[in-house]
Design a protein around this ligand. Structure first.
Ligand code: CMP
Length: 156
């Protein structure tokens, strides 16, 4: 299987609202494989790289300070076409307009406090993975259940 990996980060609002378990559960129930997870306090240095593409936008300073008000929980999920699947489960940025059934659509109403970050492309996922996870923090393991999650063709 040509598996992709995607970085999901539960933002400070998700942690404060006690939604970490619910968020993990949504990705688990979908059938994605958890290959890395940790809690961390973001710093200006990491955020400068993490949000480099938002630098200069009016909301950037507030976004950076918000992401430091509490720790975050970073996860690495793996699966076939994982980046797109995670984005679909996440919903659009403006949470109050996100589709019902998505994490943001069901659990949030704000544009800034939208609970989680999800990698928006394969390239960004690779960049974010390197920024947050060391090699020892990424786990390769077999999940026997995958024969009931993907077809034989999809597993090849
Ligand atoms: P995300 O898409 O994960 O990454 C960029 C973040 O910036 C976004 O989630 C929101 O948390 C925040 N953001 C994007 N647009 C705005 C906005 N117009 N006002 C405030 N925050 C925003």
């Amino acid at each position: 299987m040509q598996a992709q990996r995607s970085v999901v980060m539960v933002k400070p609002d998700g942690l404060q609202r006690g939604l970490v378990g619910e968020i993990i559960s949504r990705f688990e129930r979908k059938g994605l494989k958890l290959v890395g997870i940790k809690m961390l306090q973001l710093t200006d240095e990491v955020l400068e790289h993490w949000y480099a593409h938002h630098k200069g936008k009016p909301f950037f300073p507030r976004l950076v300070s918000f992401m430091k008000v509490a720790p975050v929980v970073a996860m690495l999920w793996e699966g076939l076409d994982c980046v797109q699947t995670v984005r679909m489960l996440t919903g659009i940025t403006k949470a109050r307009e996100a589709e019902a059934g998505s994490i943001r659509g069901d659990l949030a109403v704000s544009q800034q406090l939208n609970l989680i970050h999800a990698s928006d492309s394969i390239e960004m996922a690779q960049k974010e993975e390197k920024l947050i996870f060391s090699r020892e923090e990424i786990f390769e393991y077999k999940k026997d259940i995958e024969v009931f999650v993907y077809s034989e063709e999809e597993r090849e």
